[in-house]
Ligand binder design. Structure first.
Ligand SMILES: *Cc1c(COP(=O)(O)O)cnc(C)c1O
Length: 517
């Protein structure tokens, strides 16, 4: 393909993307294909002769689109959002065009330095403590990892190596193997599955401690576990807390956790993959923001709620030396004369698992510049407002109840009555493919998770989802005679307002901020 053909192909593709995102409501959010569908449609060999790009683009519509789950549709309400935005797509294009791999500063100074600059931008935007910034005095700093899973694995590995060195000094009689066999980590039963996986990969068992009814991991809970483990000769090394759990968006109590972690000199990592976005809102009183002063590392997925497309996970460390010193496996061919100059020009290969790294900072820089801080804030506000709107619709219908406190863009609700009913409702919704939600479970109780996702969700999309849920509920209950036995008291306005007020206790609206929120 020559440059002129690329110009045509590229421009046609930009039009294709713009049309796709502009008209995304025309498509069912879930695909109607069966497993193996694409294998039946495409040839099994590389085409011998070059094909025309126009045919390829046509085949995107014909073969690929039918097998796309439309994450950018406003009717996607499953998992947590994965963002995209026009400027971010352009950032990806440029990154692909440059085709650089910035593992050390000399491999593309702009790739490294722009990353350290935008990580400071985002760190300040999130109101993170100064110590996490690349340009602050001290050993802290920020880096872009591919995903929260990688960030958490990096944190566990760093905590592991740091602890082994410490224990070797304290107990010279223990062999390294003996120490490794005793290591143990903590998280809650609400933490993301990637925490457990990171523990498996790092060969450090993670105890997923049961939380109380509020689903919050507290200092008291880990203190008991730590004391128990110390008595049994184990070596506690890290606690992975969550701000905004995947099931219900609960916020662990960072203040009390950090106190216990400091007492026992264990690493505290905060997984704020989704909910850290609320830290950018001045009117949002983040429950445990104060505790962030003492944590060792934190991760936040810009690709979830900062309009940057996947993949882009910001990770900030109190002491980058903890990973740089432990992951440093230099070879002569990786050395360069500008090495270790300053935190403004780090060799980011030491901060991550792979050697190669993408120029992700470009899409962050372009997105933040063209949308601006207030634009991003308003996008987060809009999502909170839409979730609040959906929650009100649910509360007005006496057949439903809210099962967890809502703070951001996730509403957890259920049909009153047996678990089975919610499963049946979900099955109906999935069959129809108009909206996509998933279920979750806590202490044997099933509920549905409704998350505000998509490229540009609007109030009309929430109405659409609600009508779909309501209609399918009507049909389900009509064929479910036992349901009439369940007493459903009408949820009157007064009760709704009271619930709504108590649910809002984390959202302390400042004077004058009410309208904006
Ligand atoms: C989404 C999410 C993850 C997983 O994120 P990846 O970037 O896909 O690894 C982990 N933790 C929480 C709290 C999440 O919301």
């Amino acid at each position: 393909m020559d440059p002129n053909e690329f110009r045509e192909f590229g421009k046609a593709t930009v039009d294709f993307i713009a049309d796709y995102l502009e008209n995304i409501r025309d498509r069912d959010v879930l695909p109607s294909v069966s497993p193996g569908y694409l294998h039946d449609l495409l040839p099994t060999e590389v085409p011998e002769n070059a094909e025309n790009w126009k045919d390829v683009l046509k085949d995107i519509e014909k073969f690929i689109i039918p097998g796309i789950t439309h994450w950018q549709s406003p009717n996607f309400h499953a998992y947590y959002p994965t963002a995209t935005s026009f400027p971010s797509v352009v950032g990806e294009m440029l990154s692909a065009g440059f085709g650089v791999v910035g593992f050390s500063w000399i491999c593309s100074p702009a790739c490294t330095e722009l990353e350290s600059i935008v990580m400071d931008w985002v760190g300040r935007f999130l109101n993170l403590p100064e110590k996490f910034l690349n340009t602050a005095d001290g050993p802290g700093g920020g880096v872009i990892q591919g995903s929260a899973s990688e960030a958490i694995l990096v944190a566990i590995l760093a905590a592991r190596e740091k602890s082994i060195k410490k224990i070797q000094i304290q107990n010279p009689d223990l062999t390294e193997g003996e120490i490794r066999a005793k290591l143990i980590a903590y998280s809650s039963d609400q933490s993301n599955s990637c925490v457990e996986k990171a523990g498996l990969l790092a060969a450090v068992p993670v105890r997923l401690l049961p939380t109380g009814d509020d689903l919050i991991l507290t200092g008291d809970i880990i203190r008991k576990a730590i004391e128990e483990d110390l008595e049994n000769g184990k070596i506690p090394i890290i606690c992975i807390a969550t701000l905004g759990t995947t099931g219900t968006c609960a916020y662990d109590d960072i203040v009390s956790l950090s106190k216990i972690c400091e007492e026992h000199d264990i690493w505290l990592h905060v997984d704020a993959a989704y909910a850290a976005a609320t830290l950018i809102l001045p009117e949002f009183k983040f429950p445990y923001k104060e505790g962030l002063e003492t944590v060792d590392s934190i991760n936040y997925n810009l690709h979830k709620s900062m309009m940057v497309n996947f993949d882009c996970c910001g990770m900030w460390l109190k002491n980058a030396g903890d990973i740089v010193d432990n992951f440093n496996v230099d070879r002569i061919y990786l050395k360069h004369s500008f090495e270790n100059q300053s935190k403004k020009a780090p060799d980011y290969r030491h901060w991550q698992i792979p050697l190669g790294r993408r120029f992700r900072a470009l899409k962050v820089w372009i997105t933040l510049r063209t949308i601006g801080a207030e634009g991003i804030r308003n996008s987060v506000r809009k999502r909170i407002k839409l979730a609040e709107y959906f929650e009100k619709l649910i509360m007005k219908d006496s057949r439903f109840e809210i099962v967890a406190e809502r703070t951001f863009g996730l509403v957890c609700f259920k049909l009153k009555g047996e678990n089975d009913l919610n499963k049946k409702l979900l099955d109906k919704l999935m069959e129809r493919k108009k909206i996509y939600l998933i279920q979750a479970q806590h202490r044997g109780e099933s509920f549905l998770r409704f998350v505000i996702c998509g490229f540009d969700p609007q109030e009309k999309d929430i109405d659409f989802a609600w009508n779909e849920i309501k209609e399918q509920t009507d049909l389900l209950l009509a064929s479910h005679p036992r349901y009439t036995e369940i007493e459903c008291r009408p949820n009157d306005e007064k009760i709704i307002n009271e619930i709504s007020k108590s649910l809002q206790k984390h959202l302390l609206i400042e004077n004058g901020g009410k309208g904006k929120q």
